[in-house]
Design a protein around this ligand. Structure first.
Ligand code: PNS
Length: 163
């Protein structure tokens, strides 16, 4: 049984993340989407809120579970027995940063944690959680970026409803 983890901030989860989760769920026996609970950052949604949002949008995927972690990813992976970390690559601009993290995790875990990159489907290559928040800051339409349920929660945070 190959168990993989899909770490990230997911603040909030986007259609791009969902695309990666769906495709990874077909490749591995079990996927744990793990939300980084970084006390040094002030996210829009708390870790608990992000976990709940991810549980809601993956409820129809039987081999996907959701968890949160703080600290180093390699420690979380060791605790949960995962040897594969999944990350999406949107464009070449992601590559340098992602390669560095992948190599750091491999080195720090003494080879135990490897990273599998999934090329983001091209229709989502422009999408990021930061862009969603930027659009929402100005009351813009994020309906093509996130599932409807998530759109409502983001709009509530920014106290608007897009017409
Ligand atoms: O969605 P993001 O913010 O791009 O995800 C980044 C994440 C969570 C994958 C990365 O920041 C992470 O794994 N942080 C935990 C600390 C850690 O293990 N860092 C790796 C060594 S540099």
């Amino acid at each position: 049984m190959i168990r993989a983890i899909y770490p990230g901030s997911f603040d909030p989860v986007t259609y791009g993340h969902l695309d990666v989760i769906k495709r990874a769920a077909k490749m591995f026996d079990e996927i744990t989407v793990c939300v980084l609970d970084n006390k040094a950052k002030t996210p829009l949604f708390s870790a608990d809120e992000r976990v709940k949002m991810l549980q809601d949008v993956t409820s129809d995927m039987p081999n996907v579970r959701v968890d949160s972690f703080s600290g180093l990813l390699i420690d979380y992976a060791a605790r949960t027995g995962a040897h594969v970390s999944i990350r999406g690559l949107r464009a070449v601009t992601d590559f340098e940063y992602e390669l560095q993290i992948a190599q750091t995790n491999k080195q720090l875990s003494h080879g135990s944690l490897d990273t599998v990159f999934l090329a983001t489907s091209h229709e989502y290559s422009y999408l990021s959680s930061s862009a969603v928040k930027e659009i929402a800051t100005f009351g813009g339409d994020i309906s093509e970026c996130v599932p409807d349920h998530i759109r409502k929660l983001v709009e509530e945070k920014y106290a608007y409803e897009h017409q």
